[in-house]
Design a protein around this ligand. Structure first.
Ligand SMILES: Cc1ncc(COP(=O)(O)O)c(C=O)c1O
Length: 384
């Protein structure tokens, strides 16, 4: 059996006809940029998330940048986020001229630790970006309480968390603004680059809308120096088709996650916990083991695709060496980066495929003397 890490072809088979029909309509009408497909998507996506405004753009990175710009973040400001994220979270902060300030993550969820966030607040802190990594919700109650007390704007990085909830409320609706990515492999993926900023704040929406399109507030009236962050109509069309099935896609991912949890129990691996109030959407299903690299090699030989999200935390990347962080600054994120592996996860995965992955992981530990590994992991857990 072969189990790819991600298979986008299976989904295309089920929706390809509808998408081609919409593409045909775009070709006939030659409305290639923004246009009705994008506007329809913005309306439905905002309704789905439960916010007033959605501004579709050309990537999750642009959406983060727009969210920060729209909230007045710039030079001289500090923005707190986590080092175990895709580098785009930090890049968007840097684009504005503000300084990214990293804080360590919770050892169980691997998401922003509210306590660490609180400890990093300075008079220069203007925003915080909790990252709902893997499609799981950060502790939004605690983060929002700290942010409110310190007059800090919360910008959610929901690029991996389409449809995930915290305390029954959709992620993306907790802060001043939120950013989503529609990169093809995301839970809601376009057939090219795509992203969206969402907000309840009309002023922030209008500002972001101008920045998205060269600072235009009216045709040929450029009130600020903006960007070309527009979404093209084909992406709007794909997203309109897929948005209708998001509930089914998320439920399928949750079922696979549950099967993984059941069939991997008792092994010397660590699973990533969800916050009590989180109803995640499992963009990634991540497990941890000190034998990560050997295990990946073994799974690869068994025709199973895996990934690492992410192997090097942002504070240790060369691009950020000017911030002068060192290995050891964020021990939880650094240890996790050495141990994490993402297993195959996409809605169309079959029960048989998940069973095969789990049995191969079981075999890996059996061949490598699971008892020894288990005792070692337990001993280390006790001494930490
Ligand atoms: C957590 C996170 N933030 C930001 C981004 C950036 O999104 P994009 O690749 O659409 O620019 C991604 C996507 O990879 C992401 O996973």
């Amino acid at each position: 059996m072969k189990v790819p890490f991600l298979d986008l072809k299976a989904q295309y088979k089920s929706i390809g006809k509808k998408i081609k029909d919409r593409f045909e309509y775009i070709f006939e009408n030659t409305a290639f940029i923004l246009g009705p497909e994008v506007e329809t998507f913005e309306k439905h996506f905002a309704e789905w998330i439960g916010v007033k405004y959605c501004l579709a753009c050309n990537s999750g990175t642009s959406a983060l940048h727009l969210a920060l710009l729209a909230n007045g973040i710039g030079k001289g400001d500090e923005v707190i986020t986590v080092p175990n994220t895709f580098i785009a979270t930090a890049e968007a902060i840097s684009y504005t001229g503000a300084k990214p300030v990293f804080v360590d993550v919770d050892p169980d969820t691997l998401l922003m630790s509210p306590k660490q966030f609180e400890g990093a607040v300075t008079p220069k802190t203007k925003a915080v970006i909790p990252v709902h990594l893997f499609g799981q919700a950060c502790d939004m109650a605690a983060i929002n309480t700290i942010a409110r007390a310190n007059n800090i704007a919360v910008i959610e990085d929901a690029c991996q968390a389409h449809g995930a909830e915290y305390a029954g409320q959709m992620l993306g609706s907790f802060g001043k603004a939120a950013a989503f990515s529609f990169y093809p492999g995301k839970n809601l993926g376009a057939y090219g680059e795509g992203g969206a900023m969402v907000t309840d704040d009309e002023q922030a929406y209008q500002r972001a809308k101008a920045f998205r399109d060269h600072g235009q507030t009216r045709k040929s009236e450029h009130t600020v120096i903006g960007y070309n962050y527009r979404m093209d109509s084909f992406q709007g069309a794909v997203l309109n088709v897929k948005l209708r099935s998001m509930k089914d896609y998320s439920n399928a991912r949750r079922r696979h996650a549950q099967q993984y949890r059941e069939q991997l129990s008792g092994l010397p691996i660590q699973l990533v916990d969800e916050e009590n109030e989180s109803k995640g959407v499992y963009h990634l299903f991540v497990i941890r083991t000190e034998h990560r690299d050997e295990m990946r090699e073994y799974l690869g030989a068994m025709d199973i695709g895996t990934g690492i999200h992410y192997p090097k935390p942002v504070h240790l990347q060369k691009a950020y060496e000017h911030l002068e962080y060192r290995r050891g600054d964020f021990p939880v994120a650094e240890k996790a980066a050495d141990e994490m592996v993402s297993l195959p996860m996409f809605p169309e995965l079959t029960e048989d495929q998940v069973r095969y992955v789990c049995s191969c992981i079981r075999n890996f530990f059996k061949n490598n003397n699971a008892d020894d590994l288990w005792i070692k992991t337990r001993e280390e857990a006790v001494t930490v």
